[in-house]
Ligand binder design. Structure first.
Ligand code: NAP
Ligand code: COA
Length: 265
């Protein structure tokens, strides 16, 4: 169920970097349903075309790597040429694998930082002069690892922490021009590549959900609703914030410890 009316984003144009699968595709799909013109991009051109086709509503799929500034600038320019100046830009491309720091080469660490953190700088820096200003809204997709250190995730923790600070700095620098910059920090989301990598078995999933206040994984559509709120007029005085859409995951371990061991157990 959604609180947003059907034509909320009519007349708006959105570019979703990393919008060809998972959470970001869900955001792109919801924006299109609410009337926005939407472009999605990823590295794989066939996947991008297929994603655009599933979104419908005239969405376009582009191929560019966010690690390559000229490539992402080219993708943004193509989007503007086909759909018009940008009101909304999402930076959601990311990479992840599970490995201890000692099992990670310098290139492995750099690769994830390059996609997540440098990629977010590239997307936001490259889009700035293509934005409708004032009124444009940018969102970076971050994660709980930005705040809570997580073993075997050194690359993601470092990259997402950097993204959180980038969000705040850009919100300060670009606020005077009427550009809002926010983040969304999803919790574990069902049926995504991210969770397939982080919790590949039902046992691992159960161990995670037992610690979450709301006792379940989130849904792609639930993150999309947060992404609609942040770009909507209802959030017009919200900038530099990171919205946790995570069922309470970041509050800490919410297992019921009243049985057996006592409250302090
Ligand atoms: P996903 O399905 O793997 O989506 C990643 C997207 O980024 C794809 O469209 C992928 O397309 C694209 N991409 C990857 N590397 C790229 C690059 N170098 N340049 C351009 N595009 C690139 O991932 P997801 O699990 O839905 O996660 C989406 C976002 O949510 C990420 O930022 C992730 O950190 C965050 N998040 C996820 C969870 C979760 O539960 N899944 C939790 C917290 C935060 P190509 O492969 O074609 O490039
Ligand atoms: N353990 C340790 N190192 C790993 C690894 C793993 N499981 N997977 C990849 N690496 C290392 C590689 O060995 C390589 O380092 P090396 O050159 O020193 O050997 C480095 O990471 C880059 O790997 P490569 O496959 O060349 O990178 P890529 O740019 O083709 O792909 C990844 C990027 C590795 C992040 C890939 O997993 C990816 O494309 N992910 C996108 C989807 C995703 O992760 N979604 C979830 C988002 S939360």
């Amino acid at each position: 169920m959604s609180a947003f009316k059907d034509n909320l984003l009519a007349g708006k144009t959105a570019f979703v970097a990393g919008g060809t699968s998972g959470i970001n595709l869900g955001i792109a799909r919801r924006y299109a349903e609410l009337g926005a013109r939407v472009a999605v991009c990823g590295r794989n051109p066939e996947k991008a075309q297929a994603a655009a086709a599933t979104i419908g509503h005239g969405a376009i799929g582009l191929s560019c790597d966010v690690r390559d500034y000229a490539a992402i600038r080219g993708g943004l320019e193509q989007s503007v040429a086909k759909l018009g100046q940008l009101d909304i830009v999402i930076s959601g491309a990311a990479g992840n694998f599970v490995a201890p720091a000692l099992g990670m080469s310098a290139n492995g660490f750099r690769t994830v930082v390059d996609i997540d953190l440098n990629g977010t700088f590239n997307v936001f820096r490259a889009c700035y002069d293509l934005l409708k200003r004032p009124g444009a809204s940018l969102i970076a997709i971050t994660a709980g690892q930005a705040v809570n250190p997580s073993m075997f995730q050194a690359h993601v923790c470092a990259a997402k922490a950097g993204i959180n600070q980038l969000i705040r700095v850009l919100a300060m620098e670009w606020g005077p021009a009427g550009v809002r910059v926010n983040g969304i920090s999803p919790g574990p989301i069902a049926n995504t590549e991210g969770m397939a990598r982080l919790a590949p078995t039902p046992e691992a999933e159960k161990a995670i959900t037992s610690r979450i206040a709301l006792r379940r994984y989130g849904e792609v559509g639930e993150v999309a609703e947060s992404a609609v709120f942040l770009v909507s007029d209802s959030a017009r005085y919200v900038t530099g914030t990171i919205l946790d859409c995570d069922g309470g995951s970041q509050l800490g371990d919410a297992r019921d410890r009243t049985q057996g061991q006592g409250l302090a157990g």
